[in-house]
Design a protein around this ligand. Structure first.
Ligand SMILES: [Zn+2]
Length: 165
């Protein structure tokens, strides 16, 4: 049986709950023991994966929180993973340009995270280089980044229509 433990990211990062947002358990994450724990440490805690519901990190408009730079950076990183993983079909995966945050052997991992769409529609992000960073993202479906990068825009799109009379 997998034991689910709840921790506050605030404890790890020294953050406080954002002033805006849904007001529920903001920044609360769940960490699950990995199925086959390797020896040594992961970038979070030994044998743990970060599980996040991105809705708890966004403001009331569904945008990135601007009240704290550390929270902003964390939320931005997850948003980038959503942008890459949201458009995938179940079972598909791709590489992102999000750098791994682990420091195996006390040196930064130079790997990039991959994202995969899980069967339960969550986005699973992981580092194939060090195999230590692992993030499960839920609540992404209604976000601004769910359908991938924004469509190409040009200046013409923002020019008022010409008066042809
Ligand atoms: Zn890594």
């Amino acid at each position: 049986m997998r034991v689910v433990r709840q921790i506050l990211l605030a404890l790890r990062h020294g953050l406080t709950r954002p002033a805006s947002g849904c007001g529920c358990a903001a920044l609360v994450t769940h960490r699950l023991p990995k199925r086959d724990p390797p020896p040594g440490r992961s970038c979070y805690d030994a044998d743990m994966a970060l599980i996040v519901d991105i809705r708890h990190w966004l403001d009331e408009r569904g945008e990135l929180p601007r009240v704290n730079v550390q929270i902003f950076r964390q939320a931005l990183r997850v948003a980038q993973l959503i942008e890459a993983g949201g458009p995938l079909e179940a079972g598909q995966f791709r590489e992102t340009l999000v750098a791994c945050s682990c420091r195996p052997t006390r040196k930064p991992c130079l790997g990039l995270l991959w994202v995969e769409k899980a069967e339960d529609d969550r986005i699973w992000a992981y580092c194939v280089t060090c195999k230590r960073e692992e993030i499960w993202i839920s609540g992404w479906q209604g976000t601004l980044w769910a359908e991938g990068p924004m469509e190409p825009a040009s200046h013409a799109m923002f020019t008022p229509p010409q008066n042809v009379n």
